[in-house]
Design a protein around this ligand. Structure first.
Ligand code: ADP
Ligand code: MG
Ligand code: MG
Length: 904
C-alpha cells in the first residue's frame, strides 16, 4: 500500500478530498500545489502509517517506510536543488503533524531539521548569514530537545528549561528580546541547550540527519497520544482511531533578515464573521513566534492595524514606526497575499485560516484550512457566502453546526474578563450560558434576594421540583450531584438558564449556609460565576454580556423552513416559555408538564391537601380548589400557542415529591387541613417508596385516583371552551403518561371522553381534541399495535424510555457514567444522545406497529433528545411527525431537521 504522497512545484499525488489519509494539513498542501499557490515541496506520510506505528512499533515501521522516505527526501532535494545533510548546500525540512480534523496546536511540529555543527557552518556560508544559520540551529535544538528527546519542565510550576537558559543568556547580556542576541550568543545557546538535554535526559543530541528525521517522524506519531491531544479529541468527539499524518517539507525562512517574515491570516473575521481580511505577522521571525507572544505581532491590513492601535492606545506615530501593517511595510507581498487569500477562499468556498512565510521577498504558503469560528460567525459566513453566490442553499444549511446556534441564544462571559478569572472547579456543562451572582442555597432565599434586586446563583447538592421557583429567578444553578439529565439540568435547559451540575468538589453545608470548594469556603452572599458551556466554576464576579441575535440568524431559520419536513414543537409549562419558543419558531407544544404548575405558594397547598386527603371526598374537595388554578394556567398556555396544538400530559410524578418533609411545613399543612401533625407525618411516611420512579406515578395515579384525571380534563377542556368562545383557536391534546398496558390507557381514555362530553354540554361548545399516550415503557413500544387501537397519537418520552431500556436510574448515573465513558463502555451519555441501536429500535418498531393499525397516527418525541441534532436526524429517518424540545433548543432542532431533509 502506498504510504507516502509527494507534492511540489505545482504537482501533487494527493488532493483536498484525501483528508482521511493525508490529514487536513497534508491534503491541503497537495491541493494548494494543484491550484498554483506557492508551497515548499514535501511529502506526507499517511494516517494509516500512524495506526500501523501503534500496532507494530518503531523498528518495524521504519523498515516498512524506509525506501519510500528515502525516495521522497530525494524528491524534495531535486526540487530544492540542495541536499539533506550536505555541508555545502544543505536542505532543511520541517516535520509536521496533521489529523483529519484540525486540532490546532495539539500535536507536535519540528522546524529546521537537518542541522548539526558542520551543516550549520555550511548554511551560514551558503546564505552569507551566520546569525540566521545559528538562530535556526538553536530553534531546532530547542524544539527537537523538547519534542523528541523530552526535555520538559520537571514540575508544572517550572518554566520551560530552554526558555530558562535563554533568559539567563539575555540577562547576562542585558537585552530583552530574542532578536537582540548576536551570533555568538546563539552559538552559546546551542551549546548550553545540548548540555541541558544530556544532563537531564542522558541522551546525546543526534548529529546524523537521517536519525533526526526518523526521531521527528516517530515523535509526531507519538504526539497523537499526548495528553492535550487526547483531551481535545474528547471535547470535539474525534475518534482516536483516526491517527495523524506526518508532513515533511522543505523549510522556508522568515528569519532571514528584514525582507523576511512569517504570519497567519483569516479570509474573514472568525469572531464576528465580517468579510474582512485579517491577520498578524512578524518581520524576521519563524513559525510560532507570532502566536507565542515573544514579540508584539503586527497587523496585516492597514485597516486592521489602525483598529488595533486604537484599542491598544498606541499613537499613530508609534504605530507607523514600530508596528506598521504588512500593507504598509511590504506592499508588494501584501498584494500577493491578498490575491491568494481570495483565491483560496473562492476555491474552498469557505473562510480560510492560513499560514505563510516570506523568505527574502518571496511569499510561501504553509497551510490553509477552513477556519474555526464562533456561532455568530458561522451563521454570518454561511449566509454571506450564499448571498455572494459562492454556495447554494443546501450547502449553507450544511455549513452550520446546529449545536453552535446555542451560543447565539444565551448570555456569554466577556472574553477579556475570563482571562483573569480564577477557576475553582469543574462540573458538567449542563445548560449553556454564563451566570454570575451571589450564592444562595434555598429557593425562597433566591426569590427574596431577587426581590431585593440581587442577582443570585443557586448552589445546591441537587435540585427538586420544590426549587423551581428559586431556579427561575436565579441567574444560574450549580449543583454538586446529578448528571446531564438530572432535575437541575433538564429544568435549567428548559428555562434557557445557565447550569453546571455534578460538580463533585462542592461541599455544600446547608446548615451553615456555606459551600467549600477545593479548600476555600464561600458563604451565602459571596459572588460566584459559572460557565454552563464549559462546566467551569469561577471565583467572584465575571462580567457577562447579553447574546445578540442577528438578522442572518433569522434568515437561516427561514431557510430551514424551506427544506424541513419534521416539525419542531417545544416543551413548555408556562405561557412565558411558550412565547419564547414560539418566537424561536416552535409550532406547538409537544409536552406540557402539568405538575410544574403546582409549585406556587397557593397551589401547592391545595395540591398537598389533595395528596394528603384521607379519602375520595377529601381529595375531591382539594381538587375543586385546584381546578380554577389549573384552568387559568391552561388558558395562558393555549393563548400563547393559539392556533397550534398543545399536548398536555396528565399528572405524572410520584406524589411523594409534592409533600412537605420538614417539621414546619408539616405543621402548616396540619393547621390548614385541621388534622394533627402526626396524621400528616403518617401520610408522608406512607407515600414514601423505595423506587419512586418505578412506583406510584404516571397513569397509575389517574387509575387509582380517577378524580385527578377528571379534574385535569375539566381544566384543560374548560379553558379551551372559554377561549373558543372568545375567538381563539385552542388545539388541545390530552396525553396519558407511563402506559405499559392497553387497558391502562383505555380506563383513562374513558374518563377523559366522559368528562369531555360533560364539559362540552355545560359550555355549549365543542372542541376537537385528541387523546394520546406517551410511549416511555418498553412494553408499550412492544405492544404499540394494541395501544394504537385506542391512542390517537404517540409521544416518545425518551428520558424514561432510555432509563427503562438501559435500566439506569437517570438521577443516579453520576456515580458510574463518567467511568463508563472513560472506559468506552459507552461512547456517549444515552440520556443526551439517543441510543439508536437500542432505544431507537423500540421507537422505530412502535411507529411501524402503531401505523399498521392507524396509518395517520401522529408520532413525536418529547424527551431531552428532541433538541439533540443526531437524535433529531434519527427522528426524521424513522418518520416521526415532530420533535419537541426546550424553548432554547428550538432553533437547533429546526436546523438539524432541515439538515436531515437535505441529507436525504
Ligand atoms: P500546528 O499544526 O500546530 O499549526 P504547524 O505544523 O502548522 O503546527 O507548524 C507550526 C509553525 O511552523 C507554523 O507557523 C508553520 O507555518 C511553521 N512551519 C511549518 N513548516 C514550515 C516550513 N517548511 N517552513 C517554514 N515554516 C514552517
Ligand atoms: Mg499550523
Ligand atoms: Mg416520563
Amino acid at each position: 500500500m502506498k504510504a507516502i504522497y509527494t507534492f511540489g512545484n505545482g504537482q501533487a499525488e494527493g488532493r483536498a478530498d484525501m483528508k482521511d489519509l493525508l490529514g487536513g494539513k497534508g491534503a491541503n498542501l497537495a491541493e494548494m500545489n494543484l491550484i498554483g499557490v506557492p508551497v515548499p515541496p514535501g511529502f506526507t506520510i499517511t494516517t494509516d502509517c500512524c495506526n500501523e506505528y501503534y500496532k507494530v512499533g518503531q523498528e518495524k515501521i521504519m523498515e516498512l517506510l524506509n525506501d519510500e522516505v528515502t525516495a521522497a527526501v530525494k524528491h524534495i532535494e531535486d526540487l530544492m536543488n540542495s541536499k539533506f545533510g550536505d555541508t555545502q548546500n544543505p536542505l532543511l525540512v520541517s516535520v509536521r503533524s496533521g489529523a483529519r480534523a484540525s486540532m490546532p496546536g495539539m500535536m507536535d511540529t519540528i522546524l529546521n531539521l537537518g542541522l548539526n555543527d558542520e551543516v550549520v557552518e555550511g548554511l551560514a556560508k551558503k546564505t552569507g548569514r551566520p546569525r540566521f544559520a545559528w538562530d535556526s540551529y538553536r530553534r531546532f535544538v530547542q524544539m527537537y530537545g523538547d519534542v523528541v528527546l523530552g526535555l520538559k519542565p520537571v514540575n508544572k510550576e517550572d518554566i520551560d528549561p530552554f526558555e530558562a537558559i535563554i533568559m539567563e543568556v539575555k540577562k547576562a547580556k542585558g537585552v530583552k528580546l530574542d532578536n537582540e542576541l548576536d551570533t555568538d550568543d546563539l552559538k552559546e545557546l546551542v551549546v548550553r541547550f545540548k548540555a541541558a538535554v544530556k544532563a537531564q535526559t542522558g541522551k546525546d543530541f543526534p548529529t546524523d540527519v537521517k536519525e533526526q528525521l526518523w526521531g521527528a517522524i516517530f515523535a509526531v506519531f507519538r504526539s497523537w497520544m499526548n495528553e492535550r491531544a487526547i483531551l481535545y479529541r474528547k471535547m470535539e468527539g474525534i475518534p482516536s482511531e483516526w491517527g495523524t499524518a506526518v508532513s515533511v517539507m522543505a523549510m522556508v525562512f522568515g528569519n532571514m533578515g528584514n525582507t523576511s517574515a512569517t504570519g497567519v491570516c483569516f479570509s474573514r473575521d472568525a469572531a464576528t464573521g465580517e468579510n474582512i481580511f485579517s491577520g498578524e505577522y512578524l518581520i524576521n521571525a519563524q513559525g510560532e513566534d507570532v502566536v507565542a507572544g515573544i514579540r508584539t505581532p503586527q497587523q496585516i491590513t492597514k485597516e486592521g492595524s489602525l483598529r488595533w492601535a486604537k484599542r491598544a492606545g498606541i499613537s499613530e506615530e508609534e504605530r507607523v514606526s514600530k508596528y506598521p501593517s504588512m500593507e504598509e511595510a511590504m506592499p508588494e507581498i501584501y498584494k500577493q497575499l491578498n490575491e491568494i487569500q481570495i483565491k483560496l477562499e473562492n476555491h474552498y468556498r469557505d473562510m480560510q485560516d492560513m499560514e505563510f512565510t516570506v523568505q527574502e521577498g518571496k511569499l510561501w504558503f504553509l497551510q490553509t484550512r477552513n477556519g474555526k469560528r464562533t456561532g455568530t460567525a458561522m451563521v454570518k459566513i454561511a449566509m454571506d457566502l450564499l448571498k455572494e453566490g459562492k454556495i447554494d442553499e443546501k450547502t449553507a444549511l450544511e455549513r452550520c453546526e446546529p449545536n453552535k446556534l446555542d451560543e447565539l441564544l444565551h448570555p456569554v462571559f466577556d472574553k477579556e474578563a475570563l482571562k483573569s478569572a480564577k477557576v475553582l472547579t469543574r462540573g458538567l456543562p449542563a445548560s449553556p450560558g454564563a451566570a454570575t451572582g451571589q450564592i444562595v442555597f434555598f429557593a425562597d432565599d433566591a426569590a427574596a434576594w431577587r426581590a431585593d434586586g440581587h442577582k443570585v446563583v443557586m448552589v445546591r447538592l441537587e435540585t427538586s421540583p420544590e426549587d423551581l421557583a428559586g431556579m427561575s429567578v436565579a441567574e444560574g444553578i450549580l449543583t454538586a450531584r446529578g448528571g446531564m439529565t438530572s432535575h437541575a439540568a433538564v429544568v435549567a435547559r428548559g428555562m434557557g438558564k445557565c447550569c453546571v451540575s455534578g460538580a463533585g468538589a462542592l461541599n455544600v453545608d446547608y446548615k451553615s449556609r456555606t459551600v467549600e470548594i477545593e479548600g476555600k469556603v464561600f458563604k451565602e452572599g459571596d459572588f460566584i460565576s459559572i460557565n454552563g458551556s464549559t462546566g467551569e466554576v469561577y471565583e467572584g464576579m465575571v462580567q457577562t454580556r447579553p447574546a445578540e441575535v442577528s438578522g442572518d440568524f433569522a434568515a437561516l431559520m427561514d431557510l430551514c423552513n424551506k427544506y424541513t419536513r419534521l416539525l419542531v414543537r417545544t416543551n413548555a409549562d408556562t405561557p412565558h416559555d411558550a412565547e419564547v419558543a414560539r418566537a424561536f419558531g416552535a409550532q406547538g407544544i409537544g409536552l406540557c408538564r402539568t405538575e410544574h404548575m403546582f409549585f406556587d405558594n397557593k397551589k401547592i397547598k391545595a395540591m398537598r391537601e389533595m395528596i394528603l386527603a384521607q379519602d375520595k371526598d377529601g381529595r375531591e374537595k382539594a381538587l375543586a380548589k385546584l381546578l380554577p388554578y389549573q384552568k387559568e394556567d391552561f388558558r395562558g398556555i393555549f393563548k400563547a400557542m393559539d392556533g397550534f396544538p398543545v399536548n398536555i400530559r396528565l399528572l405524572d410524578p410520584p406524589l411523594h415529591e409534592f409533600v412537605p418533609h420538614d417539621q414546619a411545613g408539616q405543621q402548616a399543612m396540619a393547621d390548614e387541613m385541621g388534622v394533627t401533625v402526626e396524621y400528616i407525618k403518617q401520610r408522608v411516611a406512607n407515600l414514601s417508596e423505595n423506587n419512586p420512579m418505578l412506583g406510584h406515578r404516571g397513569c397509575r395515579l389517574g387509575n387509582t385516583y380517577p378524580e385527578i384525571t377528571e379534574m385535569q380534563t375539566r381544566a384543560i377542556l374548560g379553558a379551551a371552551c372559554e377561549l373558543k368562545k372568545e375567538g381563539f383557536n385552542p388545539q388541545p391534546e390530552i396525553m396519558v403518561p407511563l402506559i405499559g398496558i392497553l387497558y391502562e390507557f383505555e380506563a383513562q381514555e374513558k374518563i377523559i371522553r366522559k368528562t369531555a362530553a360533560e364539559v362540552f354540554a355545560e359550555e355549549g361548545v365543542e372542541i376537537p381534541f385528541k387523546v394520546g399516550t406517551m410511549i416511555e415503557i418498553p412494553r408499550a413500544a412492544l405492544t404499540a399495535d394494541r395501544i394504537a387501537t385506542r391512542a390517537e397519537y404517540f409521544s416518545f418520552g425518551t428520558n424514561d424510555l432510555t432509563q427503562m431500556t438501559f435500566g439506569y436510574s437517570r438521577d443516579d448515573i453520576a456515580s458510574f457514567l463518567p467511568v463508563y465513558l472513560e472506559k468506552k463502555i459507552l461512547k456517549v451519555d444515552p440520556f443526551q444522545v439517543l441510543d439508536q441501536h437500542g432505544v431507537g429500535q423500540l421507537i422505530a418498531m412502535a411507529v411501524e406497529k402503531g401505523r399498521s393499525i392507524r396509518p395517520e397516527l401522529k408520532c413525536g418525541i418529547c424527551g431531552e433528545h428532541g433538541g439533540e441534532p443526531s437524535s433529531v436526524k434519527f427522528c426524521h429517518k424513522v418518520g416521526l411527525n415532530y420533535v419537541s424540545c426546550s424553548p432554547f433548543r428550538v432553533p437547533i432542532a429546526r436546523l438539524a431537521a432541515a439538515q436531515a431533509a437535505v441529507e436525504e
